[in-house]
Ligand binder design. Sequence first.
Ligand SMILES: NC(=O)c1ccc[n+]([C@@H]2O[C@H](COP(=O)([O-])OP(=O)(O)OC[C@H]3O[C@@H](n4cnc5c(N)ncnc54)[C@H](O)[C@@H]3O)[C@@H](O)[C@H]2O)c1
Length: 389
Amino acid sequence: MISVAVIGAGMAGRSHAAAYRQANTVFGRGLPPIRLATIADANLPLAEDAAERYGFENAVSSWETVAEDPSIDAVSIVVANSLHRPIAEALVTAGKHVLCEKPLAGSLADARAMVDLERDADVVTAVGYTYRRNPAIAAIREHVLGGDFGDLSLFHGRYWCDYACNPRSPFSWRYQGGMGTGALADIGAHVIDLGEYICGPIESVSGGALSVQVAKRPLPLGAVVGHDAAPVSDELGEVENEDTAAFSARFRSGLAASFSVSRTAFGLPNGLGFDVYGLSGRASFDLHRPAEYLLDDGQPRAGTGGARQVIAGPQLPYFRGGYPMQAPGVGGGNAEMFIYQARAFLDQIAGTADPVPPNATFVDALHTMEVIQAVVESAGAGGAPVRVG
Ligand SMILES: NC(=O)c1ccc[n+]([C@@H]2O[C@H](COP(=O)([O-])OP(=O)(O)OC[C@H]3O[C@@H](n4cnc5c(N)ncnc54)[C@H](O)[C@@H]3O)[C@@H](O)[C@H]2O)c1
């Protein structure tokens, strides 16, 4: 039996809670039973609602209660980034396995301390780079690593969202922290990780450019969940971090890349996408069509050009055993990615035979933050090249 808890019952916390409930329904039968123990949120009614919906035994208002509960083995940290470090330290010290949301921490110093924690810990430490679990993205990575596209020539990554377009949407923790802690950390972390997951480590960045489109936002009158609208006051809070960021990158392999991220890209609710090109093939992914990708591998009409649409089915990673209906074209999206991530975490804890690929580590996620820091430094130096790390 593995007893799990989730700290944070907001936008992403509920996805973690739902995922633990499903984790034993996918892939092999080797996992021990999962006990859905506790949901903690400072907003107790939110914790109570999530606990009831997803079948957890307890709802509590403080994360310390989870850290102090000897019956809990494994915990997801799904709260504001600046809280990740103190909570992770308390949990790991108490001997609990930790799945921490991205970005790893609210600052580089905190992220480095968490890597020290990971190095000295005797527990599983993992990071929620959920999109690694998308079957289409995992398939594109297999094409690249398998050499199907030949030598890579270009990567372009974007994460364009519109959640901050409305200047009346409430101020929240997402708008606090210095430059680099805004769109770059919130959504950029995902696409930077995917670039590195597919193409290897980024060595340097240049052309960093950061901008703020909405400088002040109204303070909320009550709780804010995720990007939701909420009643606001006439008082304004100063936005402390970037709405939009762009930069060029060079991977260790020599591959050139460009990235852009924005939380003020009108009309795009969740526009993660990327294109990867090689000398003999290419692929493109768009999260608004999460169960497919475009592939041009020169086959079977070599030389005629034009990509073909690959529709997710049992031929792709994660699909076989990952869906109740084992048939091509039945879709798949955000909820499944969280289930596979939770399953990987639990597999790591249980030492399951034939596990799904392990989650990213704190070390991986520190590297993402070092890329972000290099972008901030490049932006501060008029776009000059900056080495990562
Ligand atoms: N992997 C993904 O796809 C994904 C998606 C969204 C968010 N995230 C990450 O998840 C984390 C949370 O983001 P969110 O959008 O769910 O935030 P959110 O604001 O919707 O929810 C955070 C919750 O934390 C609670 N909270 C605040 N202080 C607390 C405390 N001291 N103890 C217990 N609970 C406390 C709040 O009441 C709130 O309900 C962030 O790190 C974010 O980057 C990841």
